[in-house]
Design a protein around this ligand. Structure first.
Ligand code: NAI
Ligand code: MG
Length: 490
């Protein structure tokens, strides 16, 4: 076992409300686990409606009357830049804590999570003083008017995030919200609150005024639901399961909150016979096994053109068998542990189902006696109507489906409730564009997979979401447009 550059250290387990770190009012806590050892690593504040109420009141006050509401936009940007700098300075410590709490491999946290976290804050920092409206030429039939629009912050934003990218999800929520001048109440996932709490400590150090950033820990049905229902919150941004989103939409109806959702997927990854097969195999590996398959846009339905199907599957299965699964603190590890007992059980359940429905050609079992490790698992002989091809498994499990022509594969790719992402592997530009045009999904990758940038919008069609995160698009969800008419007289 290789020891991470900085040993993981739990610095904070409480709620951040109005600049103070406080226990839940009830005094209750819940256990947080290390997925690779199944050991309890922390007891975190277990919040309910009373804690949420205090956090929303603080966020409301900071928005309506605090120094935040009078701060120049450029100063807000400076705070976000400062937070990015602090994260960079504490990168080793944050990476180790993320590995400890989520189970993902340290190499990937350094390569993917940390750089994306830093660049997301820097990207939105740059937007802070560039969010502005338009001047609008208006019909002078009613008189002479000067008409302009302003972009104003929405207000208090309730932000509820999942456990698969615990730090990165914080940045996708805080970045655009804070750049646009909102205040936030974040509820981290109950499985992985630790890095979000450390980020909140760093935000305090960066100088965000009290009440601008609040963090309330706890479960979805208690803390999460109270936040969604609270009259003092203007907007809810949620990432997670579509059924939770349906629940949230109903709960948010009474207060008519603005809503953005980033939900799951069953993304088609399409390999044509003319593709560079080795590149496509590597893409299929990244597509499904990256982050233990706990990725909303995972390429979990792999369509392979029939003429290369057998050759592709041989190479793919060999690569999956060779994947190094184990201790996430080992620099050589490629795949760590699933996040929780619940997720491990869910994934193993789908693997058992897959063995009844299809052929298992790689994996199909747990990877260690202790820790929630699962072998990279490949099913062949899958048809699009099987449950393993329709339901989100959210683990290292992929279904391979053969196809014969372009029209057929496009039809099957779209035969899903989801529409988050898709990928195509081909040397033929016309096939690439045909797929990019016809797939109803928010992101299409051509000869690549899982590429991300803070500037590139991300989000889903259909059951995969509502609105977009990242890029200039994200700012739309965090601003209201005000139209001002000025009578210029005769
Ligand atoms: P979930 O959607 O229940 O949880 C995500 C977040 O929502 C957590 O912070 C949770 O506490 C909160 N939440 C849960 N119920 C809530 C409610 N009634 N009101 C307000 N907030 C609530 O997801 P869960 O149960 O952790 O995972 C179940 C499945 O969801 C996974 O197996 C996976 O298929 C999918 N998922 C998708 C993600 C994505 O990135 N699209 C991320 C995490 C899970
Ligand atoms: Mg749930």
């Amino acid at each position: 076992m290789t020891i991470a550059a900085a040993p993981p250290r739990v610095t904070q387990t409480r709620n951040l409300i109005d600049g103070q770190w406080v226990e839940a009012r009830s005094g209750k806590t819940f256990d947080v686990f290390n997925p690779s050892t199944e050991q309890v690593i922390a007891q975190v504040a277990d919040s309910d409606a009373a804690d949420v109420d205090a956090a929303v009141i603080a966020a409301r006050r900071a928005f309506d009357e605090g120094p935040w509401s009078r701060m120049a936009a450029r100063e807000r940007g400076k705070l976000l830049y400062r937070l990015a700098d602090l994260i960079e300075q504490h990168a080793d410590e944050l990476a180790a804590l993320e590995v400890l709490n989520n189970g993902k491999p340290i190499g990937e946290v350094r390569f993917a999570d940390i750089p994306l976290v830093v660049s997301t804050f820097r990207y939105f920092a740059g937007w802070a003083d560039k969010i502005h409206g338009d001047t609008i030429p208006v019909d002078n039939h009613f008189g002479r008017f000067f008409c302009y629009t302003k972009k104003e912050p929405v207000g208090v934003c309730a932000q509820i995030i999942p456990w698969n990218f615990p730090m990165l999800m914080v940045t996708w929520k805080w970045g655009p919200a804070l750049a646009a001048g909102n205040t936030v109440v974040l509820k981290p996932a109950e499985q992985t609150p630790l890095t979000a709490l450390r980020l909140a400590e760093l935000a305090q150090e960066a100088g965000f005024p009290d009440g601008v950033i609040n963090v309330v820990n706890g479960f979805g049905e208690t803390a999460g639901a109270s936040l969604v229902k609270h009259r003092g919150a203007d907007k809810v941004a949620f990432t997670g399961h579509y059924q939770t989103a349906q629940h949230i939409m109903r709960d948010a109806a009474d207060t008519l909150k603005r809503i953005t959702f980033e939900l799951g997927g069953k993304s088609p990854n399409v390999v044509f016979a003319d593709a560079d097969l080795d590149q496509a195999v590597a893409g299929a590996m990244t597509g499904i096994f990256f982050n233990q398959g706990e990725v909303c846009c995972a390429g979990s339905r792999l369509f392979v053109e029939r003429s290369v199907h057998d050759e592709f599957v041989l190479k793919f299965a060999a690569a999956a068998d060779a994947r190094r699964v184990g201790d996430p603190f080992d620099e050589n590890t490629e795949q760590g542990a699933q996040v929780s007992q619940e997720q491990f059980d869910k994934v193993m359940g789908y693997i058992e189902l897959g063995k009844q429905e299809a052929n298992c050609v790689a994996g199909g079992e747990r990877a260690a006696d202790t820790g929630w490790f699962v072998r990279p698992t490949i099913f062949t002989g899958v048809t699009n109507d099987m449950r393993i091809a329709r339901e989100e498994i959210f683990g290292p499990v992929v279904s391979v489906l053969p196809f014969t022509d372009r029209r057929e594969v496009i039809e099957q790719a779209n035969d899903t409730d989801y529409g988050l992402a898709a990928a195509v592997w081909t040397r033929d530009i016309t096939k690439a564009f045909a797929l990019a045009d016809s797939v109803r999904a928010g992101t299409v990758w051509v000869n690549c997979f899982n590429t991300f940038d803070a500037a590139a919008p991300f989000g889903g069609y259909k059951f995969s979401g509502q609105g977009r995160e990242l890029g200039a698009e994200a700012l739309k969800a965090y601003t209201e447009t005000k139209t001002v008419w000025v009578n210029l007289g005769d």
